[in-house]
Design a protein around this ligand. Sequence first.
Ligand SMILES: CC(=O)N[C@H]1[C@@H](OP(=O)(O)OP(=O)(O)OC/C=C(\C)CC/C=C(/C)CC/C=C(/C)CC/C=C(\C)CC/C=C(/C)CC/C=C(/C)CC/C=C(/C)CC/C=C(/C)CC/C=C(\C)CC/C=C(\C)CCC=C(C)C)O[C@H](CO)[C@@H](O)[C@@H]1O
Ligand SMILES: O=c1ccn([C@@H]2O[C@H](COP(=O)(O)O)[C@@H](O)[C@H]2O)c(=O)[nH]1
Length: 359
Amino acid sequence: MREHMVLFITTFVLTLLAIFILIPVANRIGLVDKPHGRKQHVGAIPLIGGISVFTGVAITLSVFGLPGDTHWYYLLCGGTIVILGVFDDFLDLSVKIRLVAQVMIALVMMYGLQLYVGNLGDLFGLGAVGLGYVGIPFTVIAVIAAINAFNMIDGIDGLAGMLSGVSFVSLTLMMGIGGQLEHAVLPMVLVFALIPYLMFNLDLVGKGKGKIFMGDAGSMLIGLSVIWLLIVGSQSDSASFRPVTALWVIAVPLMDMVAIMIRRIRKGQSPFIADREHLHHIFLRLGLNSRQALVVITSLAAMLATIGVVGEYLMVPDLIMLLLFLLIFALYSMSLQYIWRITRFVKRYKAKQRAKKNS
Ligand SMILES: CC(=O)N[C@H]1[C@@H](OP(=O)(O)OP(=O)(O)OC/C=C(\C)CC/C=C(/C)CC/C=C(/C)CC/C=C(\C)CC/C=C(/C)CC/C=C(/C)CC/C=C(/C)CC/C=C(/C)CC/C=C(\C)CC/C=C(\C)CCC=C(C)C)O[C@H](CO)[C@@H](O)[C@@H]1O
Ligand SMILES: O=c1ccn([C@@H]2O[C@H](COP(=O)(O)O)[C@@H](O)[C@H]2O)c(=O)[nH]1
């Protein structure tokens, strides 16, 4: 435990140092996010969260190591996605380039881990549903889905950090309790790298001058890390949770992405065109401020992850856990369809309350 604490504190300090060093560098070279159109923040914000988190994690893992050698592949895939993300932050890469790079990363990841999603669990009570080699393309899709889900959810202060925090803590718990202690260290290292990031991202330090964003580099790194751990946790010989539980651990970003893609396709739009219709934007439109939206969405994610973890330990049958997940997704999608009506209702209700107060 003591040596793990050294690992965690080292990650925290290194990430913090990286942030201090990289803020002026980003300002000088123009690696900043300037407000325009759908980007409604204030000022030019350094896009160095992802590079800093990766620097902290990479140095710590390189110096202290982890059992086995898969962390070297994690650093290779993570480093590649961070470089891809930095190019994207600078140049706004095309969807094609991004997807090709993500497929390559997924393939290296499967090779490094010697694992892919080949087992969906006992979904129908008739024994494990095996995918055979179909598991390889399935894994590629799952990796792309996770990377882009976290990229899409990174739209208000703290959200990508807090939602991935929920996923990493759930993973640490399940891996720790489920006997994958050697794998439970990485998610906790990531949590300790996220803490300094969140301190700056949420303006808790720097008196308004130290704000930073993850950038595509950071949100994609987080998505990759989550799916990496989900595969290790659910697919290794020593698996500590069932594949269906993975859905609950990543529920909010996954639901947001799938729902928005369905909505865009139904409207005849490309699913790859950015907009301000994500879950966090909807809460802002409902009148919450960014902090309130952060608290509500993080609580929702924590609740869903808790259902997954509890379901795992109570051994609720896989099929029930899957159907419950799909039911919640259906309710979520339906309520989004009525969002305009709900928005109008909330606005009218608030106006009434205000009028009542004033009279
Ligand atoms: C474009 C956009 O929205 N932009 C945002 C964003 O702006 P930003 O500037 O940052 O970004 P850009 O605009 O520049 O660009 C963004 C990126 C792109 C444009 C590039 C590509 C974008 C994509 C959208 C790619 C998505 C591609 C896919 C291939 C995803 C397809 C997804 C699915 C079909 C979902 C299902 C996939 C799975 C494989 C399921 C599981 C997935 C997991 C991750 C968990 C995996 C774990 C396991 C270990 C196994 C799972 C085990 C099981 C038991 C599951 C098996 C079950 C079944 C098969 C039964 C069926 C059930 C399911 C399939 C589950 C389905 C899920 C649900 C129902 C939910 O950000 C801005 C800021 O916010 C924003 O403004 C802008 O709009
Ligand atoms: O911590 C954050 C992260 C993002 N935002 C806002 O969302 C957009 C999204 O940026 P992408 O480049 O599309 O990822 C960003 O420009 C900010 O306006 C935020 O406020 N806080």
